[in-house]
Design a protein around this ligand. Structure first.
Ligand code: HDE
Length: 712
């Protein structure tokens, strides 16, 4: 991984509000070459390698002494290093950055929350991305929803927007969450599978819980195997509310739109990467930030005025439904940039704790029954995970604004309050701390009338319209990927009741989808359409709707395969052009070290050995020209031939010149015998690489497309 490390880290963060970084500095200890080793109580340690024992110094170790407080402390501390992992979203990674509201955006029509309206502010953020099902050590590229949890350290307190990369959820009511999570997590009798929903229990549950149909379609789509955390949308999912200074309330949905567009892996790549590079997404985020390409997202909102709450055919408080953008447009209101990796994973990323109930003035909840349950759950879960009620005092979690109230004591209290009273009202400390006369959190005066009962509102009982809308809105390759995903998952269920039931459910969504999947997995072939297709589509479902505004190859990893006898000029030019466009080229050869060029002059240093990397870890492939020995060596190397064929199978852009081109043709001859590559200059190659960044190839494509692109 090429980085420029600390220098960039300093430079990028100095451009932004450093309030949170400065706050973390209070707990950050620099270890220098002269830092001495001590015990936890600060006593200098002279030997950390040998347990104190009784010995005559001649005949081997004698009895170890329990007296050795240094050894005992070391072992004690080690024994207790692990804390419980998150009950869901255990696997994740995080980064620091900032959020800035756009000047003059529509936000101030809807809210007085300064974080969203004041464009002169820079609000520090910490973001944690995660998978849901797998445990802390599970691979990154599994098929799963990705968590997208944002903590904004605003001047009015912390605002946690705890979202996902998919805009809807599996269930409508929080009371079903334990059932859903038990069903998707590894089965209780054998703790299988890890990082997968491809098992009987999950498909049994969703087959019995049709409200999940819409979300299941999303998770069987390419959205559930992102190329990078940097190329995912984020969604608040739940319906929140905004309050403006005229005391008008609006329902709101939050969206994060990635600058680089939305891109996915191909399932075969994702499966292979799970073994080849289980930390693929974690490393990708770190690599981009440290190479000076900080990921960016635009924050957008959809709003609905209170009076319009019931004017939609779906219930706007139902988290299994999107608000189609044709009905409720998006307003872009600000930008988030992640520009700093963490200094230490555990105290920052692992101890970060998010709460949907953390909101700031101008932002409120709605009666969304999923959100109300979440508001209870997040605080609660931190108590057992982080060991007590004072988890909000941990450095990564504490706000950058003052915190003072009469909450006291508890495990791990770290704040020392210089105040003779701990209650309010009081006379003894002149009443302080006092509730704010102005600017405090203000609940909207909502009129509520009703009958206490357990009930799902009528519109909550419709489950398939939007699942159908989702399938209708996909492009042809996306649909094909979805059929393959359903087929993979249901093939992993060995109970016929499970896969037969689910193929019946699919017919409520789409007849062709149900027929294709049922044929593949031995399910129930539908004899007739269970539910006529309404034929509607909407913007924002297909990933093709989210191409980057300007095509870019920024941060894309390009493999350049070389061997002795390669053409040095070709490689130098290609590397220079790629780097200038923001891509990250890697030279890979028969050994790590210097590779000799055809001219016998200065060669090139190979960053990696053929055996050390796989085509799946790169977005594109280039093979330069070289002498005949160079071509012969590459063609005789099974790893190289496989690399080319695999990259082709994953629809990546492949380019070659001269002997490089011959090698590519050789490797692909049995797949596309008619393949004829044109020669092209490096500009044309960059243009064609630009196409992968448009996402076309991340969705898969045909050999014909491939040839068109490769021939510039
Ligand atoms: Fe969560 N969820 N969730 N969830 N969730 C947790 O909180 C919960 C839901 C989401 O990086 C837990 O701190 C309930 C929707 C993210 O630390 C827990 C319900 C969405 C993260 C919890 C939901 C999410 C969590 C476990 C149904 C998308 C990771 C550890 C009512 C909007 C945050 C923790 C991080 C984590 C409960 C549904 C997103 C148990 C009860 C919908 C991104 O509190």
């Amino acid at each position: 991984m090429s980085t420029v490390g600390g220098a960039i880290k300093q430079a990028v963060t100095s451009m932004t509000n450093t309030a949170k970084i400065a706050d973390l500095q209070r707990n950050t200890v620099e270890v220098t070459s002269s830092t001495g080793l001590t015990t936890d109580h600060g006593v200098s340690v002279s030997d950390t390698d040998t347990w104190l024992s009784v010995s005559d110094g001649e005949t081997g170790p004698g009895p170890a002494l329990l007296e050795d407080h240094i050894a005992r402390e070391k072992i004690h501390r080690f024994d207790h290093e692990r804390i419980p992992e998150r009950v869901v979203h255990a696997r994740g990674t995080g980064a620091h950055g900032y959020f800035k509201a756009y000047e003059g955006s529509a936000a101030s029509q809807f809210t007085y929350a300064s974080v969203l309206t004041d464009s002169t502010r820079t609000t520090p953020v910490f973001v944690r991305f995660s998978t849901v099902q797998g445990s802390r050590g599970s691979p990154d590229t599994v098929r799963d929803v990705r968590g997208f949890a944002v903590k904004m350290y605003t001047e009015e307190g912390n605002w946690d927007l705890v979202g996902n990369n998919i805009p809807v959820f599996f269930i409508q009511d929080a009371i079903k969450f334990p059932d859903f999570v038990h069903a998707v997590k590894p089965e209780p009798h054998n703790e299988v599978p890890t990082g997968q929903s491809a098992h009987n229990n999950f498909w049994d549950f969703v087959g019995l819980q049709p409200e999940s149909a819409h979300m299941v379609c999303w998770t069987m789509s390419d959205r559930a195997i992102p190329r990078s955390y940097r190329m995912m949308q984020g969604f608040g999912v739940n319906t929140y509310t905004l309050l403006n200074s005229a005391n008008e309330r609006f329902f709101v949905k939050f969206h994060w739109l990635p600058e680089l567009g939305v891109h996915s892996l191909i399932w075969d790549e994702a499966l292979k990467l799970s073994g080849q590079d289980p930390d693929f997404h974690r490393k990708d985020l770190e690599e981009a930030i440290e190479n000076g390409a900080p990921p960016k997202w635009t924050l957008a909102i959809q709003t609905i005025a209170e009076k319009d709450e019931h004017n939609f055919e779906f219930d706007i408080l139902d988290a299994t439904k999107i608000w189609p953008t044709e009905l409720v447009p998006l307003h872009e209101i600000g930008e988030m940039v992640l520009n700093r990796t963490v200094d230490e994973f555990f105290p920052e990323t692992e101890q970060s704790a998010f709460c949907t109930s953390h909101i700031v003035p101008g932002i409120g909840f709605s009666d969304d029954p999923l959100l109300q349950g979440r508001n209870f759950s997040y605080f609660d879960t931190q108590i057992s995970r982080l060991g007590g009620v004072n988890w909000e005092q941990l450095p990564i979690n504490r706000p950058v604004c003052p915190v003072m109230n009469h909450n006291r004591d508890g495990q791990h209290q770290t704040q020392i309050n210089k105040c003779p009273v701990n209650y309010w009202p009081n006379r003894l400390n002149a009443g302080a701390p006092v509730p704010a006369a102005q600017g405090g959190y203000h609940e909207f005066a909502q009129k509520v009338v009703g009958i206490k009962q357990r009930l799902r509102a009528p519109k909550f009982r419709e489950h398939f319209n939007q699942a159908q809308l989702f399938v209708n809105s996909l492009s042809a390759p996306e649909k094909a990927h979805m059929i393959a995903a359903f087929s993979f998952e249901l093939d992993h269920c060995d109970d016929p009741v499970v896969y037969e039931s689910y193929t019946k459910i699919l017919n409520n969504i789409d007849f062709d989808l149900a027929t294709a999947v049922a044929t593949n997995v031995g399910g129930v072939l539908p004899s007739e359409v269970a539910r006529p297709n309404h034929g509607q589509t909407t913007f924002g479902i297909s990933q093709l709707d989210f191409m980057p505004k300007t095509p870019t190859i920024k941060t894309r990893r390009i493999a350049i395969l070389v061997a002795d006898g390669f053409d040095a000029t070709g490689v130098t030019v290609m590397k220079t052009v790629l780097k200038a466009s923001g891509a990250v080229p890697f030279v890979i050869g028969p050994r790590r070290g210097n590779i000799r060029s055809s001219s016998g002059g200065e060669g090139v240093f190979a960053d990696h050995h053929f055996e050390g990397q796989r085509s799946t870890m790169f977005d594109a492939l280039y093979i330069p020209n070289g002498n005949t020995e160079f071509g012969a060596v590459l063609r005789a190397n099974g790893r190289v031939v496989h690399w080319i064929a695999e990259a082709f199978g994953h629809c990546k852009v492949i380019a070659g010149l001269g002997e490089g081109q011959n090698t590519i043709q050789y490797a692909l001859a049995r797949y596309v015998p008619e393949l004829a590559f044109g020669t092209f200059d490096s500009d044309a190659v960059v243009t064609s690489y630009g196409v992968i960044t448009s996402g076309k190839y991340s969705l898969g494509s045909t050999a014909t497309d491939m040839i068109n692109i490769a021939s510039g």
